[in-house]
Write a protein that binds this ligand. Sequence first.
Ligand code: ATP
Length: 402
Amino acid sequence: MPAAIEFDRVTKRFGLITAVDNVSFSIESGNFFSILGPSGCGKTTLLRLVAGFETPDSGRIFLDGHDVTALPPNQRPVNTVFQNYALFPHLTVRENIAFGLRIAKKDPKLIRSEVDKMLNLIQMEQHADKWPDQISGGQKQRVAIARALINRPRVLLLDEPLSALDLKLRQKMLLELDLIHDEVGITFLYITHDQTEAIGVSDKIAVIHRGRIEQVGKPSELYESPTSSFVAAFIGDTNFLDGRVDVTVAKDYSLLKIDEFPPVLCFNDKQLSVGEGVHLILRPEKLRISRDRPEHHSLHNCLEGTVEDVVYRGDHTKYWVKIEGHRLSVSQQHSRFLLDTQPIQWKDRVFVWWHADDSFILERYNASDEKLSEAPSEKVGGVEEDLLKDIPVSASEPASEG
Ligand code: ATP
């Protein structure tokens, strides 16, 4: 079966700006596929290229194996849901949904039954005769989705469709969108800058940075095995430490030497040699923290430090622990209420430990870093500040200060 969408070395420039830079990837039919990246990275341009609202400067775009690069938008089997719903204010909910079939001059009986199906899909039967200004933001968005689906496109393009909604409604709508996707079974191409949204619903995600693909993979692959520092920083919270492979202590395990930090044992699946520079990536939730020294385990790293900050977050607490010259972010889930009669506090001496398999290393000079090396910048916790500046605050709290 051909891919639902395929980008083949696609480049799009606007004057001096290269919005999409030699991008190649494909999307399997029926996938909920997200394009994720910071503001200005080229997400909307990619979507507009699929819809036919933009033409590439070079490269080709295929839909279901057919080259559509030169086709106008109305001849492509795709439909778009925009951020601002774009409902017709002078048409009722029912008439808005029916619009595409009316234009296509379909039989009125067929239109009625198709619209009824859509109203049922988006659970809006009781609102069918209301005007757009009589329904809520979430309901408007559902109508926009139904209106885009009624023509049975092969691909539904969604351009940050939930961004105008408040957090709770966004979370609810995201679940609904997922259900609608399961129900209709067509390919969804979803554009977002919100990693939580993308991780929650996508079969696969392409992370874009400055018009280029950083990585394409399942959400768990991007989170657990990022191939670049940018992806590691963009998806979830991360501690970065700069180190060097010091010595290989057992098959697949190496000791890393990090300035102003104790030696760290790390799984070295990349078989990097002694002396090679690496980023050590530690996810805060993989680290454990306690006042008492934990039992010795040959594959555990156990370091002693001082708590510098404690932030209570309801379901978990975030600690910032100073260990020699670095600050590590540690997240502890609250699985039991007040289990510790004396909670860890600011200035406490603590042990932070983790299994060597729960950290991972990235080669220091990967694609992202090379791009950035053109403009040298100050390092923050082992990662160029320039690299992190694209990342929205919600996506990543400050990494460790190296
Ligand atoms: P956001 O999340 O902020 O919407 P985005 O990732 O969707 O951003 P694009 O809208 O694709 O990014 O823009 C990519 C780059 O191309 C940006 O630098 C933008 O300013 C530029 N760009 C996009 N459209 C045009 C245009 N019509 N004319 C000139 N420059 C454009």
